[in-house]
Design a protein around this ligand. Structure first.
Ligand SMILES: N[C@@H](CCC(=O)N[C@@H](CS)C(=O)NCC(=O)O)C(=O)O
Length: 225
């Protein structure tokens, strides 16, 4: 019996920002959902939010933290990019293997990306993007870099000569790539040949190209902030 859940009957819709500062363009977290939908071959609509609209009560009823993305496929309304990607992945065989053990391993990597690698990465990004001028920033940064480097070393040691985190590309690779991309303004990933090649391999997937182009097209069509 197949473990692939039924494809949602309704067309999916995700929320995204109409405009963001240049440093965020191409890494806003709706990219993860767009990529998953592209890998799954599911068409989707986008609901674009103006700055501040994400904090209105109507939106918080959908996303309690006022963040993007939120998601709706007429079957279920969701928030949290990881949960949404997993939901989509469970409905197609492009992102999660059908074999139960391989499927569990792929889900493991999805959580590892979000729960083990992303926290130090996001901490460093916040420091660099939002607190760079604070007097305490230079004191904190070395420790923040060391925490990221530790995770990157461990990830590179796992990957070694592997093409993907497991036997084939899965939602785990999708999520890990979007996390590593947050470091794009540093050389932390690009100076590590294993990780640099891995990210490039994932980004070379046509579905990623379509997802990125779709996010960037929104910003190109709206006046800069
Ligand atoms: N854990 C959330 C994080 C979402 C998130 O941080 N979204 C950012 C854009 S990438 C956002 O909406 N920021 C606006 C805010 O927090 O006010 C997820 O993965 O969906």
């Amino acid at each position: 019996m197949s473990t692939v859940a039924a494809v949602p009957t309704g067309r999916s819709a995700l929320t995204a920002f109409r405009q963001v500062p240049p440093f965020a363009q191409g890494v806003v977290r709706d990219l993860r959902v767009r990529w998953a939908l592209e890998e799954a071959g599911l068409p989707y609509d986008q609901e674009l939010l103006a700055v501040g609209e994400n904090h209105l009560p109507a939106y918080r009823a959908r996303q309690p933290f006022g963040q993007v993305p939120a998601y709706d496929d007429k079957d279920v309304r969701m928030f949290e990019s990881g949960a949404i990607v997993l939901h989509i992945a469970e409905r197609c065989d492009a992102l999660l293997p059908v074999e139960p053990r391989a499927r569990a391993r792929a889900i493991t990597w999805l959580f590892a990306a979000l729960n083990t690698v992303e926290p130090p990465v996001a901490n460093l990004a916040e420091l660099d993007l939002f607190h760079r001028e604070e007097p305490w920033a230079p004191l904190r940064r070395p420790g923040a870099v060391a925490a990221v480097q530790g995770r990157l070393d461990e990830l590179a040691a796992w990957l070694g000569p592997r093409e993907w985190l497991e036997e084939c590309f899965t939602a785990g690779d999708l999520m890990m790539t979007t996390v590593l991309r947050i470091l794009r303004d540093t050389d932390l990933v690009t100076r590590m040949p294993v990780l640099d090649a891995y990210v490039r391999r994932c980004e070379a997937r046509p579905a990623f190209g379509r997802a990125l182009a779709a996010q960037m097209a929104v910003f190109a069509g709206h006046p800069p902030l």
